[in-house]
Design a protein around this ligand. Sequence first.
Ligand code: SAH
Length: 487
Amino acid sequence: MTVYLVGAGPGDPALLTLRAAEVLATADVVVYDRLSVASLLDLAPADAERISVGKQPGGPRTSQEDINALLVARGRAGQQVVRLKGGDPFVFARGGEEAAALAAAGVAFEVVPGITSAVAVPAYAGIPVTMRYSSTSFTVVTGHEDPAKGEGSVNWEAVAALGGTVVVLMGAARCRAICDRIIAGGMDPDTPAAAVRWGTRPNQRTLRATLATLADLDPQPPATIVIGEVAAADLAWFENRPLFGRRIVVTRAQPQAAALAADLRRRGAEATELPVIAFEPPEDVDRLARAADEVGQYDWVVLTSPTGVAWFFEQLRDARSLGGVRVAAIGPGTAAALAERNVVADLVPEQYVAESLLEALSDEVGPDGPGRVLIPRAQAARDVLPDGLAAAGWEVDVVAAYCTVAPAADPDAAALLANAEVITFTSSSTVTNFVDAYGADAVPEVVATIGPITTATARDRGLEVAVEAAEHTIDGLIAALEDFFTR
Ligand code: SAH
């Protein structure tokens, strides 16, 4: 078997190469460093062994000899080993030493290059490392050696003389000494300089100064330092995204929580999933199955959530039973869930709430008067729609398509909530379950809801609601958050 020396990229998990994802997926063992992003480790099989060899702050570091020995031993044992390293494995990462140890031991190895922070971190700060004519080279230098002692192997004077862009990795702690040496080497002290901490991550911060003043800003590791005309470039994009750096908790059920979190992350947020709701089959599944079989006897079937669509269609044995039945969806999300199953909703009300659907259906009464309606929905739900329809003369059958349950409380929730800025509630039951599990005091500063019903429940449970979606959809909620934070 093979030992893979794999570059994990600078932090943003999306900057992993396809090849790295491929070898991770088949790993028996993953040997990783402290700065590794947890979600990348999730790409390895659940039963793969995960070994941290990184230096914990204040704790011991596994020596390079021990790491080499570990890789050799696991490779010899016939395991598929992934040695995961930040950035590129051959850029200041001692991948060369590990490869040499494997080669000497006769253990097969492969290298999977990664996106190095030396180039990607400046890029995420809006700094191109080269510019035609003005910055025609970039030099990547380690700041690990103490330049003040003058005994290191870095020729800072030569670096200064070259005149292009200088990128210093591992230099935050020695920023002043490094900048002083470069100035002493003849570079103009007014040369623009920047330090980018936690680059490509939701907590990225960019400090901008000059070669003479950068150290005054006291850059903290891990940071990439960029010195040169390009460091003045004002091409920020990553930090300018509407929800950049916002720590947002998502309380929806899975898999919707993951989808919403991904949407938020695309807008720059640091989204965490804390589902306070989960779905289970209804108590009487047979009744749902019968209702699905007999759906052809109804004039309308009304779906009030994507989840309702999913559970109802799971019981729908023959799509043709829907033949002459008209289909109503409470909103675009539900309509999209129907469309995924090749059913085009005949009716979506203007406002995505039960009251509006009720009104829209009342316009649909034919010459023979109101007909029969089937409503497959959550076992516990508001009665506005069925009661209203019945009062208007419709013959209404409500059938439970699924149950919502509260999953066990997450032991990490307190820390997560204390660190968050925003919590999103996408239904009344997310509010109720959240407050029951963690208490009203546990909510982060900003409470955001999908619409008025959820807001009312939140206020009822003692929460202050700062953001309410004008359009009662997930996209509407995201838009409301963007609006709130850019205002
Ligand atoms: N092999 C890595 C570099 C390892 S040296 C690569 O190719 O990127 C570790 C140094 O890289 C850190 O001290 C810091 O200078 C830089 N670095 C790594 N990740 C970074 C990040 N997310 N933001 C800023 N600098 C980072």
